[in-house]
Structure formats: structure tokens, C-alpha cells
Design a binder for this molecule. Structure first.
Ligand code: A5A
Ligand code: ZN
Length: 478
């Protein structure tokens, strides 16, 4: 369909590019008649499936168990933790009726599941032996967002909310779990070829009901950052509210310490935004729904021979675990190339009469490399070609991030820096100074205690007041 309706805007016009590529590459259909709710096309859902398989695998292999809690939360449970309510009350959708009768207790559509899960934790935890608990679920959650909604980025129905919830005997153990979560998320984004910046959100920006929040941010091509994950230390705020206790060695009841951490389909927005180009998506092979497309180059003569060779190659690649398609539609090869480039397919394999004679196939990677590969070596060469391709994507993204991290020694320099990227400044920790920075730069303080190989933590004078401060990252955000 995209072939018939104009062309993709340049990626330098990122917002227009993003909106267009979503339907041209068949990721999301935005025509669903409810604001903030979107439809996954099957191709987009394939991308989601392979992306979340990585996440599931990381969690499953690090002691997490998958679970599933109800969507509806009774108002009585929801309203128990004061800070949590304050943070979410203007974002909650309420179910008030069952058929024609009003419910005795209204039910919230979960905006996140602390208040669904923790009353059950209270029943599950009895003794020290029941700890730690580490569970996660991948579900839809609902948030009545009032800021501008955007597919995959700011949704009212988050369709792919991965939330993990843990309970521990001590505060320190929970703090260690936050670090584990951050390292899992770093590995996840590494697999997607997306370099991230981790930092501690300022107090006024932490999760409602948390002791502190660590956030994972990715840099989008327009210089704005996207928060693509968070890990929260919940201390005993919720365990006191929901009475989650265990008996310690002395027979005394102790409140558990908790954490939770989440990732949404923003991880897919980041994959799309970070890697794509003027021709469309560029997908890392690990998550591409189609990893290789075979294009038979059909001339008048030897059409049957070429078709048969393409089919055999497909079978061989499929047997070796490659997600592969043959595009044998009756179209110009150029139009086919365009079609699969839009969808980010990492490898295109051309098979024509000349290749048959030479005993080779032509492999073109989505980032523009082209090579002749011996026909009888193609199956073993594919993993290596994919690995090199993934590495190039990652290196390109790393280079983009590093070149957009700009040290700023004054508020004026920070104003300049956030025009194109992330400002790295010194800040004293005082909220008044942060307000000044945010007002003048029209950007947000992402956080302190920055964890990134690209930001060296240093001490220096606060760019507002001159008092001692530490490295702080500032950016315009989604
Ligand atoms: N219970 C914890 C994990 C929690 O809810 N944390 S959170 O509110 O920070 O959400 C987790 C992540 O979901 C965020 O870091 C952000 O990446 C994503 N997210 C939050 N609101 C979203 C929305 N309206 N649309 C898409 N993604 C969203
Ligand atoms: Zn200051």
C-alpha cells in the first residue's frame, strides 16, 4: 500500500517520519476511534513478540517467575497508600457499573499493579523462607494521560506493560535488586542496540510511593530523551500499608522491603527511532519479524530454475532457524526492495540466473553493504553477517549518543546543549536551582548518579548557585 501514497518524510523531520513509518511499515494502525489506543498490525506484533521474548528470557533466567493478576482493582485496596493515590488518582479509569446496576465498590482499571499484587503478597509471605519473591507480568494497563498521546510512546492503554515486583527481607537486599534490574535492562537494550543512560530521578519525579527511582533513558534522533524503563525502591511504604510481614530469627514480625520495575512498548518506539533511516525501519536481526527476504530475479528464461532455487534456499535457511520469506510477487525487484527496506528487514538475498551459474547469491544488508556469498556457505555465514550488522547498528547508535552528550558549565551553555541533545552539568541538589535550570532550558533534570560509560561522574560547582554539585543530566523529554 505504501507504494501508492507518496513517500516517507525524511528522518530529519523526526515527528513526521515516526508517524508515517508506523503505518507504512505496518507496525501500528492509529485509526482506532479512542484517543490514546492503537492497534498492532500483525507485522508490528511480530516485532513486539520477539522483543518481549528477550525480556522474558532475561527475567526467567534471573530468578523471576511470570504471573498474572486481575485487571480490576477494588477502590478500597487502591485508595490505601496515600502517595500512590496522589500520584495516580487523576489518571485512573473507573468501572462503576455491572450492566445496569451500580457496583458497591468501584473497580479501577490497573494503571500499574502494586495495589492488586501487594494484598496477595500479604497472604503469600509468612516466614523468612518465603522471601525473596520475584514475579513479573506482561499485561495491559490504563492511564488517562492528559499530555499529548503518541503511538508506542504515550498511551492510554499501555498494551505491553512488563512489571516486575519483588519482596525482600532487608532494605539493602531490595537496593541490590534495583541494581540487578538495571543491569537486566541494560542487557535488554544492548540486545536491541540501544545505548541508554541510567540516572537517579530527582525526588519530585520519583514513582508515587517509592524511596527512590532509577530511570533508563534513550536518546531519540530529535535530541529528546525517552524514558524507556524505571526501577523503584519502594522501601516499606507498601508493606506497611498492605501488611506484608515475615517472622525474623527472633520471632519478631518485620515488614518486607520491596521493589518494582517496568518497561513498556516504548522499547519498540526506541528501536524504531534509534535505528531507522530515510528508507524506513532498520531492525536488529534478533527482533526482526522477517530476518531475511529472498528475491528471485526472474528473467524470461530459466524462471522455473530460479524459483526452485529460491524455494530450496528458503527451506535451508528456515531449517537453520532464520525467519525468512520469499517474495515471488509479480513486481519489479526495485519495488520489492523498497517494500522490505521500509519494514527494516536486515538481509535481502538475491537469486538470479547469473548467481546460479556462479554458485553464489547476493546478500545486501539493510545498512547498505552488499556481498556475493557462495551458495553452499550461505547458511553458515548468515549468523556472522547478522552479528556484524547488529554490531554496526549498535556502534552507530553509541556514536550518536556520545556526540550528543554535551558538557555545560553554565545555564546558557545548558540552553544550547539541550537544543540538540543531553546537557551534562553540575547541580547542587537544591530544588530551587533545578527549577531555574528547567525553566531556562525548557528541559527536565533527568537525574544524578549517572550510570553511563559515556558520562564520567565528577564534582563541580552548581551551574546556578556555585555551591558544590555532582554530574547531572538534563534533556528535553518525551
Ligand atoms: N510499577 C512501576 C514499575 C511503574 O508503573 N513504573 S512507571 O510508572 O515508571 O512505568 C514504567 C515504565 O512504563 C516507564 O518507565 C515508561 O517507560 C513506561 N510508561 C509509563 N507510562 C506510559 C504510557 N502512558 N505509555 C507508554 N509507556 C509508559
Ligand atoms: Zn545550586
Amino acid at each position: 500500500m505504501e507504494e501508492e501514497s507518496g513517500s516517507l518524510p525524511l528522518k530529519s523531520d523526526f515527528s513526521a517520519w515516526y508517524n508515517d513509518v508506523l503505518w507504512r511499515a505496518e507496525i501500528m494502525d492509529v485509526r482506532y476511534p479512542v484517543k490514546g489506543l492503537y492497534v498492532w498490525y500483525p507485522f508490528g506484533f511480530g516485532l513486539r513478540r520477539h522483543t518481549y521474548a528477550i525480556l522474558r528470557d532475561l527475567l526467567d533466567r534471573s530468578g523471576h517467575e511470570e504471573t498474572l493478576f486481575p485487571l480490576l482493582i477494588p477502590k478500597t485496596e487502591f485508595m490505601k497508600e496515600a502517595e500512590h493515590i496522589k500520584g495516580f488518582e487523576d489518571e485512573v479509569y473507573w468501572v462503576t457499573h455491572g450492566g445496569l446496576s451500580e457496583l458497591d465498590i468501584p473497580l479501577a482499571l490497573r494503571p500499574t499493579s502494586e495495589t492488586a499484587i501487594y494484598p496477595m503478597f500479604s497472604l503469600w509471605v509468612r516466614s523468612h523462607a518465603d522471601l525473596p519473591i520475584k514475579v513479573y507480568q506482561i499485561v495491559n494497563t490504563f492511564r488517562y494521560e492528559t499530555k499529548h498521546t503518541r503511538p508506542l510512546i504515550r498511551l492510554r492503554e499501555i498494551t505491553s506493560f512488563k512489571e516486575a515486583h519483588t519482596a525482600h527481607a532487608t532494605w539493602e537486599e531490595a537496593a541490590a535488586q534495583v541494581e540487578i534490574a538495571l543491569s537486566l535492562y541494560t542487557r535488554f537494550y544492548d540486545d536491541l542496540g540501544i545505548p541508554v543512560i541510567i540516572s537517579k530521578r530527582p525526588d519530585w519525579d520519583k514513582f508515587p510511593g517509592a524511596d527512590y527511582t532509577m530511570a533508563v533513558d534513550a536518546l531519540m534522533p530529535d535530541g529528546r530523551t525517552l524514558q524507556v524503563g524505571t526501577a523503584h525502591h519502594l522501601g516499606d511504604h507498601f508493606s506497611k500499608t498492605y501488611d506484608i510481614t515475615y517472622e525474623d530469627a527472633n520471632g519478631e514480625r518485620q515488614f518486607v522491603s520491596q521493589t518494582c520495575y517496568g518497561i513498556s512498548e516504548r522499547c519498540i518506539a526506541a528501536t524504531i527511532g534509534v535505528h531507522g533511516d530515510d528508507k524506513g525501519l532498520i531492525l536488529p536481526p534478533k527482533v526482526a519479524p522477517v530476518q531475511a527476504v529472498i528475491i528471485p530475479i526472474i528473467m524470461k528464461k530459466r524462471a522455473d530454475e530460479v524459483t526452485a532455487a529460491a524455494a530450496t534456499l528458503k527451506d535451508e535457511l528456515e531449517a537453520s532457524g532464520v525467519r525468512v520469506k520469499v517474495d515471488d510477487r509479480d513486481m519489479r525487484p526495485g519495488a520489492k526492495y523498497y517494500h522490505w527496506e521500509m519494514r527494516g528487514v536486515p538481509l535481502r538475498i538475491e537469486v538470479g540466473p547469473r548467481d546460479l551459474d556462479a554458485g553464489t547469491v547476493v546478500v545486501a544488508t539493510r545498512d547498505g553493504e552488499k556481498m556475493a556469498v557462495k551458495r553452499d556457505e550461505i547458511v553458515v555465514r548468515i549468523p556472522e553477517i547478522c552479528a556484524a550488522f547488529s554490531l554496526r547498528l549498535r556502534e552507530k547508535a553509541e556514536a550518536f549518543l556520545t556526540s550528543h552528550l554535551v558538557p555545560a558549565e553554565s545555564v546558557e551553555e545548558a540552553v544550547q546543549a539541550v537544543e540538540t541533545g543531553i546537557a551534562v552539568v553540575h547541580w547542587c541538589g537544591d530544588e530551587a536551582c533545578a527549577e531555574r535550570i528547567e525553566k531556562e532550558t525548557n528541559a527536565s533534570v533527568l537525574g544524578t548518579e549517572v550510570r553511563s560509560p559515556h558520562v564520567v561522574k565528577t564534582e563541580g560547582r552548581c551551574i546556578v548557585c556555585g555551591r558544590p554539585g555532582t554530574s547531572t543530566v538534563i534533556a528535553r523529554t518525551y
